[in-house]
Design a protein around this ligand. Sequence first.
Ligand code: AMP
Length: 214
Amino acid sequence: MRVVFMGAPGSGKGTQAQRLVAEHGVVQISTGDLLRAAVAAGSPLGQQAKVAMDAGSLVSDDIVLGMIRERLQAGDTDEGFILDGFPRNLEQAHGLQSLLDELKLPLDAVCLIDVDFDILMKRLTGRRTCSKTGKLLNVYFSSQEELDACAQAGGELIQRADDNEETIGNRLQVYRQQTEPLVEYYAGRGLLKTVDGEGDIEAVYARMEQALGV
Ligand code: AMP
């Protein structure tokens, strides 16, 4: 299975991709995660990427395409891969097309996870990670017991650096202006599968498995 996951920030791409990885042995390739790792490592590439990430803008196409090329050649993608958060504009989509042609790894599908704007805002502004357990929580949607469990484990609820309201507004705008045109691009190639991304994680996952035929 070779799939691109598309969806606005907060649509649940990462969460759903992790489930598919656990159950179907595919590899998740998230450019956001790769970039955050580069920032944390303090590499020159990370330092360059950090400025754009902190502002909620896109990191340069050359950087992300280079990362994807390297990652796809790591030799662990025999069962397939999920590209999570990439491509994010037409330039990247064209770059991906050439790369996959070269590697002889055609895409099977592009899965769009569709979520209403107001829900995205709450998912993003409310998103927290427990510093102790690493569990992903949300101050609007998680139960009080789940939130309390983090404090009881001696942890704190940490907000991602780019999950503040200003950056979120910019990330959603970037999505609308630069990434959304890819919906038509992939629909025109007969690859697009749209999944309703609202409701609980299980329900969305079931719809996604059905859409992907796995
Ligand atoms: P994400 O975790 O996918 O929401 O990505 C976090 C941030 O990393 C984005 O707001 C961008 O600044 C950057 N980023 C992630 N993926 C890409 C990409 N494919 N192209 C450009 N920038 C990206």
